[in-house]
Design a protein around this ligand. Structure first.
Ligand SMILES: [Cu+2]
Length: 283
């Protein structure tokens, strides 16, 4: 395994930090070595043919062609190895990724909402329920359009840039986008998925190492694409609870101040009986 890992290291892959990542690494390593062997083999054959059948040595065409069966055997073994790779490893691993999601109660569900050029995260807060979201509520202070009238959304946590998850617990990330197609890619978790406007695409992984990992957008999504990076922090369960508490307090703090500081934002069906805010500019 350690000798095989040479190619992955050479390609600059960050160390794997997810439970399923070793299988991905195995396939990647094997494919690269196999393609390397094919490259050397076919190149050697090509050079041999150039020399062996040069015009000086072979002035007339041979209409019978190859007589030995060795090339057929070689071709067949290449097809066989590729079939084993595809049917034996790649497709089962893919099926596991897309069909065998962890049961809801075990997993941590996060909504990931991509936009040009950052990732927003929506967590349900202490009540475990996601608040309703609607595009009509969207504003600079409410980037995900959380419905201020929905009690389930009162304690919700909305954060951008940095996502914390606990170690050794499956995480289901539901991907969506506010504008163009992005791709939520976690290289160290060996997982990623497109964030497509109008779709909810779930991906899942189980982090097995605490630490700070990179989140990148893997779709060319506009001029600022190069800067569309974030951080995934894998915490111990204690640290994760502390982070949740901190975010919940922040959310609670902004919640009490939330109704008033957005006078410019379109707030449909708001009672006009609010205490008339003095026109204080800026904020
Ligand atoms: Cu992007």
């Amino acid at each position: 395994m350690s000798s095989l890992a040479l190619i992955n290291e050479f390609l600059g892959q960050p160390p794997n930090a997810s439970s399923h990542g070793y299988q991905i690494d195995h396939i990647l390593e094997f494919c690269h070595w196999f393609m390397g062997a094919l490259f050397v083999g076919w190149s050697a054959f090509f050079i041999y043919v150039l020399i062996r059948f040069r015009k000086r040595r072979q002035p007339g065409a041979d209409h019978l062609g190859v007589r030995s069966g060795i090339s057929t055997h070689l071709e067949f073994s290449v097809v066989l190895i590729e079939a084993v790779l595809l049917l034996g490893f790649a497709i089962p691993l893919w099926a596991k990724r897309v069909n065998q999601f962890p049961p809801g109660k075990d997993a941590l569900l996060v909504h990931v909402v991509a936009q040009q050029f950052s990732f927003n995260y929506h967590l349900p807060g202490p009540d475990g329920q996601f608040g309703r979201r609607d595009i009509s509520f969207e504003s600079n202070s409410n980037p995900l359009g959380l419905d201020p009238n929905d009690p389930a959304g009162k304690d919700d946590i909305v954060t951008a840039g940095e996502l914390h998850v606990p170690v050794n617990r499956p995480v289901v990330a539901e991907l969506s986008s506010k504008d163009v197609i992005h791709d939520f890619f976690l290289p160290s978790m060996r997982i990623g998925g497109d964030a497509i406007p109008g779709s909810l695409i779930p991906i899942w992984f189980t982090p097995i190492k605490t630490g700070t990992d990179e989140v990148i957008c893997a779709q060319l999504c506009g001029l600022g694409h190069y800067g569309m990076k974030g951080t995934l922090v894998v915490d111990t369960p204690q640290d994760y609870q502390a982070w949740l508490k901190e975010r919940a307090e922040l959310a609670g703090g902004s919640q009490s101040a939330a109704p008033s500081p957005s006078p410019g934002a379109p707030q449909p069906q708001n009672k006009p009986s609010e205490p008339a805010a003095s026109p204080t500019p800026g904020g």
